[in-house]
Design a protein around this ligand. Structure first.
Ligand SMILES: C[S@@+](CC[C@H](N)C(=O)[O-])C[C@H]1O[C@@H](n2cnc3c(N)ncnc32)[C@H](O)[C@@H]1O
Length: 220
């Protein structure tokens, strides 16, 4: 699958998939979007000291890096699912860590070249487990119960089979009461499906260039 490196409007990179005519992030700003949707409206809404986090789509590792940078005192167990991992040539070109210290740059590379299928301690208090699997068929029941879900699949219009009732049911069953799910998508049918699968959903203002996004809390 061909993926082309592009710059978004905030100067951060994204990847473009010509085959699907889809970007990994908002073209108005990849870092800006991830900060808004996943960090400010996800991570920063969690009050626990210890967080088990599930990400759908590891991709460029941007959300993992931002979570490492913004976790403050929280202990993070970050589980990320990815069917099509980036190649070394692709991830080594990404500019997300370039304005940070050499330590952070090394942690970002370590996130990518670390092994799949087992926990890696990136720094004390941040453990990453990347799972090379297909969300549609993976059994999540062997994983810990989650406090936070970053749902970052390609858009429903491009990959509808990542946004089904069956998938939301599978994720919901693995989430703790009161856990948070956040996604850049604001579609009504996705909101209803998440609602029917146990999340009290809200529409929040979206990142620049996008009117709304979805945020939910699992019912108690
Ligand atoms: C919108 S991108 C976002 C990725 C990542 N969060 C980032 O910031 O770069 C969606 C990701 O889902 C992955 N993906 C596509 N189909 C998948 C599947 N069936 N199971 C798991 N991951 C999948 C893609 O390869 C891609 O990395």
């Amino acid at each position: 699958m061909k993926r082309i490196l592009e710059l978004t409007e905030d100067g951060s990179h994204t990847l473009y998939l010509p085959e699907m005519d889809e970007h990994f992030h908002s073209i108005h700003g990849a870092v800006q979007e991830s900060m808004h949707v996943f960090i400010n409206n996800g991570l920063n809404q969690c009050t626990q000291d210890e967080i088990h986090l599930l990400e759908v789509g590891f991709g460029t590792g941007l959300n993992a890096l931002l979570t490492l940078l913004h976790r403050e005192e929280k202990n993070i167990h970050y589980y990320s699912l990815e069917k099509y991992p980036l190649t070394g040539e692709e991830y080594s070109q990404l500019n997300y860590a370039q304005n940070y210290s050499t330590d952070i740059q090394a942690h970002f590379l370590q996130m990518h070249h670390g092994a799949w299928g087992k926990p890696i301690e990136i720094v004390p208090g941040f453990e990453l487990t990347k799972l090379n699997c297909d969300l549609r068929t993976v059994d999540l029941s062997g994983l810990p119960a989650f406090d936070l879900v970053y749902f970052d699949a390609f858009a429903p219009g491009k990959q509808a089979d990542m946004w089904t009732d069956a998938i939301f049911q599978k994720i919901s069953q693995q989430c703790k009461p009161g856990s948070i799910i956040t996604t850049y998508c604001a579609k009504g049918d996705i909101r209803r499906s998440l609602q029917e699968n146990g999340f009290a959903m809200q529409r929040l203002p979206g990142p620049p260039g996008k009117r709304e996004m979805l945020y939910g809390e699992k019912d108690h």
